[in-house]
Ligand binder design. Structure first.
Ligand code: ADP
Ligand code: MG
Length: 701
C-alpha cells in the first residue's frame, strides 16, 4: 500500500456567489516512504493549495487523498486534528515560530498539545535539537537566531511527533544558498530515514537533489520525473534524526490533549511577552475595582459609624420615646425636636403601652419606678455662660469673668449613662453640669482634668419649647453649677459644645414663662425613658412605638434612620458609578483580547497546522483572559488596601474619624467580578480565534 495516494483530486475556491476558481484539476499521484519529492511550478500554479490539502489544513476538495489507505476526507474534525498532530509535520517558508516561546518550547509545542509529560518532552526535543546542531540554542527566543537556525528549529518542531509525512512549502525561500544546502541536506536525511518528504520549491538547484520532481502548471500535473541518479546515502537508516519512539504504550484513558495547566502556562508566556501592555490593562481594570471596594467600604464605614454612635447613645434595657409628629402634622427633626405638650399625653401613652404589654403576654409594666424623663434642645443667639479665670487661665472665683456665647446643645443625662461614658470626672448631680470635650477648649484649657471643679454661670434661653407656645415662650436655664465631668460624645460631636444636666436639676433651674405675660407655663419633657426587664421587652415596646404615627424611638434613632437612609442613597449612586466603570473595564479587556487575536492570527494558524484543536485554541485564549482577570483582581486588591489605608490615615488626621470599613468579602467580590468579567470578555475573542481558518491564518501578514 502506498504511503500517500491521490486520486482524481480537484480543488475549487469559491469566489463569489456563483463563480468558482478551479485551483487543482484531476491530480493523480502516488508517494512512497523514503521519497524526497520536489513540487515545482510557477507562482499561483496551485502548489500551496496541494500541500494544504495533503496536510489536512483544508478538507474542502473533491477526489481522494489516501494516507495508508485511508481517505482523509472521511475523517471527522477531531480525527483530522489528530492526523495533523501525529502524521504530518509542516515546515514553512517564513519559519512561523512562536516568538514568545523559547526554542525548546517551540519544538515541544506539539507534545504539549498532546499532554506529554515534561521530562519526556525535554528528552525528545533535546535529542532532535542536538542532531540539528541547535542544542546550545534551546533557551533562546526565535528572534535571537539566524534564518537557517530558525528553519532548523521549524524542522525539529515538525519531527517531534515522528510524523510519516513532512510537508515543506518553500522551506528555503527565505534562506541564502549556503543555508539552503544545509536545510536540504537535513530534509534529504529525513527522507533517508524512511519518511515521505514533499517540498515546494522554485529553485532548480533545490529540485535537482530530490528523488523526484513533480511539475505543476495551472493546477495540473505536467510532468512527474524520478531521478535515476538519486543516491540514497543512508538507506532507511531508521531513527537517525527522529527521537526513539517508545512503543505506543499510552493507555486509552490517558488524556492526550492540551491540559488546562499547559494552556495557562502558554498563556502566561504570551502575557509575559507583552507584560507592559497587560499590566496597563490590569491596572485599568484594577482602578474600577478599587472604586468598587472603596465605595462599598465607605458605605459600610458610614453605617458602622452611625450605628456605633447609636449604640453609644442607647442601652438595650431602655426604651426611649420621643415625639415624631405633632397634632398639626409637623415632623420632628433631630436638630429641633418636638416635646410632649401635656402630662395627660404622657400618661395616656404609658397606659397604651401597658395595655399592649398585657395583651401580648408580657409581665413587665411601665410604672413610676422605671419611667424617667429627658430633655434636649439646641440653643443659639443669646445663650451664654460666664467663667472666671486667673492670669494663667485657670479657674479662679475672684478672677476675671469671660462670657462665652454660641450654639449649645442642652441635653439631660440619659438614665443609663454611667462612668464608662466619662472621659474624666463624674456623672453630674444637683448643682452640677457636664460638658463635652469641646468646652474644655472654649474655656481655654489644654487638659480635660483641669476643667473639673470650675464653677460657671449659665444663662441659656431656650426658645420654642413646644409648638403651641413656640413664638412667645422662653425657657431660661440659669444657675451657678460646678463642672463635674467631661462626657465622651463620640467623634462626631466632639467639637460641638454639649451641656449635660440631670433632668431633676434642669427642672429646678428653668423658668418657663410666657414672654408677654410672664406667666409660668410648666415644663414637659422631650423624651420618656422606660427601663425594662429584658431586651425582648425593649424591642417589643420600640416596635410598637414605631408602628404609631406620632411617636418613635429616641431622637438618636431618628438621626440614625435619617443617616442610614442618606447613606443607602449615596451608596447606590456610588455603586452605579463603580458598575459603569466595571462595564468600561470589561469592554477594554474585550478590545485588547480581540486585538491580540488579530495580532496572533499566524500563531493560531501554526498551532492548528501542528494539530491544535479548536478547543485547545479556545483554552489558550480563555486562559489568557482568566490571567488578566486574576492579575487585575490582585492589583485592584493591593491598590484598594494601599489607597484605602492612606485615606483612613488622612481622614483620621483631618476629621478625627474615618468612615471606611473594609470587609474581607468586598475583596473577594472584587476578585470574583474581575475574573468573571475577564472570562466573559474573553469568550468572543477566544471563539473567534478558535474559528479562524488555518490556511488563511497562515497566509496572514
Ligand atoms: P502557489 O503556492 O503555487 O503559488 P497557490 O496554491 O497559493 O499557488 O494558489 C493557487 C491559485 O489559487 C492561485 O491562483 C491563487 O490565487 C488561488 N487561491 C489560493 N487561495 C485562494 C483562496 N483562498 N481563494 C481564492 N483563490 C485562491
Ligand atoms: Mg505557495
Amino acid at each position: 500500500m502506498a504511503e500517500l495516494e491521490i486520486k482524481n483530486l480537484n480543488k475549487y475556491y469559491q469566489l463569489g456567489n456563483k463563480t468558482k476558481f478551479h485551483a487543482l484539476t484531476d491530480i493523480n499521484l502516488t508517494f512512497e516512504k523514503g521519497e524526497l519529492v520536489s513540487i515545482v511550478g510557477e507562482s499561483g500554479s496551485g502548489k500551496s493549495t496541494f500541500m494544504n490539502l495533503i496536510g489536512g489544513l483544508d478538507s474542502d476538495f473533491e477526489g481522494e487523498i489516501n494516507v495508508n489507505g485511508e481517505n482523509i476526507k472521511k475523517l471527522t474534525d477531531k480525527e483530522l486534528d489528530e492526523y495533523r498532530k501525529k502524521k504530518i509535520g509542516f515546515v514553512f517558508q517564513s519559519f512561523n515560530l512562536i516568538p514568545h516561546l523559547t526554542i525548546l518550547d517551540n519544538v515541544t509545542i506539539a507534545l504539549t498539545l498532546s499532554n506529554v509529560k515534561e521530562s519526556e518532552k525535554v528528552q525528545k526535543a533535546t535529542e532532535i535539537l542536538e542532531r540539528l546542531g541547535l542544542k546550545a540554542q534551546m533557551k533562546k527566543k526565535p528572534s535571537q537566531l539566524s534564518g537557517g537556525q530558525k528553519q532548523r528549529v521549524a524542522i525539529a518542531r515538525a519531527l517531534i511527533n515522528d510524523p510519516e509525512i513532512i510537508l515543506a512549502d518553500e522551506p528555503t525561500g527565505a534562506l541564502d544558498s549556503d543555508t539552503t544546502l544545509q536545510i536540504l541536506d537535513i530534509l534529504k536525511e529525513i527522507a533517508d530515514d524512511g519518511k515521505l518528504v514533499i517540498m515546494v520549491t522554485h529553485s532548480e538547484k533545490v529540485a535537482s537533489i530530490s528523488s523526484r520532481v513533480v511539475e505543476v502548471a495551472d493546477g495540473k500535473i505536467i510532468s512527474d520525473k524520478y531521478k535515476s541518479d538519486y543516491k540514497k546515502t543512508k538507506k532507511h537508516k531508521a531513527n537517525k534524526l527522529v527521537a526513539k519512539q517508545e512503543e505506543e504504550q499510552i493507555s486509552k484513558k490517558k488524556k492526550t490533549n492540551l491540559s488546562y495547566f499547559s494552556a495557562i502556562k502558554l498563556a502566561f508566556h504570551n502575557m509575559w511577552a507583552s507584560k507592559v501592555k497587560n499590566f496597563l490593562i490590569a491596572f485599568g481594570v484594577a482602578i474600577s475595582l478599587v472604586s468598587l471596594i472603596l465605595m462599598l467600604s465607605f458605605g459600610s464605614g458610614l453605617t458602622d459609624y452611625i450605628s456605633g454612635l447609636a449604640d453609644s447613645y442607647t442601652n438595650p434595657l431602655y426604651v426611649s420615646i420621643s415625639k415624631s409628629k405633632d397634632e398639626n402634622g409637623n415632623q420632628s427633626n433631630p436638630l429641633n425636636p418636638l416635646g410632649f405638650d401635656k402630662q395627660e399625653e404622657i400618661d395616656s401613652l404609658i397606659a397604651d403601652i401597658n395595655k399592649q404589654l398585657e395583651e401580648n403576654g408580657y409581665e413587665f409594666r411601665a410604672t413610676e419606678e422605671n419611667v424617667s424623663y429627658g430633655f434636649n434642645k439646641m440653643t443659639y443667639g443669646s445663650a451664654s455662660f460666664t467663667f472666671k479665670t486667673n492670669e494663667e487661665g485657670k479657674y479662679d472665683e475672684n478672677g476675671e469673668s469671660i462670657a462665652n456665647k454660641g450654639v449649645f446643645y442642652v441635653y439631660t443625662t440619659p438614665p443609663y449613662y454611667d462612668e464608662t461614658k466619662m472621659i474624666v470626672g463624674n456623672i453630674s448631680g444637683q448643682n452640677e453640669v457636664m460638658f463635652s470635650k469641646a468646652v474644655t477648649k472654649i474655656l481655654g484649657y489644654e487638659n480635660d482634668e483641669d476643667v473639673i471643679g470650675a464653677k460657671i454661670q449659665i444663662n441659656i434661653p431656650i426658645f420654642g419649647i413646644n409648638t403651641e407656645l413656640a413664638v412667645d415662650s422662653e425657657l431660661n436655664l440659669t444657675g451657678n453649677p460646678t463642672i463635674s465631668g467631661i462626657v465622651d460624645v463620640s467623634n462626631m460631636f466632639e467639637n460641638f459644645p454639649v451641656i449635660y444636666v440631670s433632668y431633676n436639676y434642669l427642672q429646678s433651674l428653668i423658668r418657663f414663662t410666657e414672654t408677654t405675660t410672664g406667666k409660668n407655663l410648666g415644663f414637659y419633657p422631650y423624651s420618656i425613658y422606660i427601663r425594662t426587664d429584658a431586651e425582648e421587652t425593649t424591642n417589643f415596646i420600640t416596635n410598637y412605638l414605631n408602628s404609631l404615627d406620632n411617636y418613635s424611638g429616641s431622637v438618636e434613632q431618628q438621626m440614625v434612620s435619617m443617616f442610614t437612609e442618606m447613606i443607602s442613597t449615596i451608596s447606590t449612586a456610588l455603586a452605579i458609578i463603580a458598575g459603569i466603570s466595571i462595564v468600561v473595564a470589561t469592554i477594554m479587556i474585550l478590545v485588547v483580547l480581540y486585538m491580540s487575536v488579530t495580532e496572533r492570527t499566524r500563531e493560531i494558524g501554526v498551532l492548528k497546522s501542528i494539530g491544535a484543536r479548536r478547543k485547545d485554541i479556545k483554552r489558550i485564549f480563555s486562559s489568557e483572559s482568566l490571567l488578566i482577570g486574576l492579575l487585575s483582581g490582585i492589583v485592584g486588591i493591593v491598590l484598594a488596601l494601599v489607597f484605602g489605608g492612606v485615606l483612613i490615615i488622612a481622614l483620621k488626621a483631618i476629621l478625627g474619624f474615618a468612615p471606611i470599613s473594609f470587609r474581607w468579602w468586598y475583596f473577594l467580590v472584587a476578585l470574583g467580578i474581575s475574573i468573571v468579567i475577564s472570562i466573559l470578555a474573553g469568550l468572543m475573542p477566544a471563539a473567534k480565534a478558535a474559528k479562524l481558518d488555518p490556511v488563511e491564518s497562515l497566509r496572514h501578514e
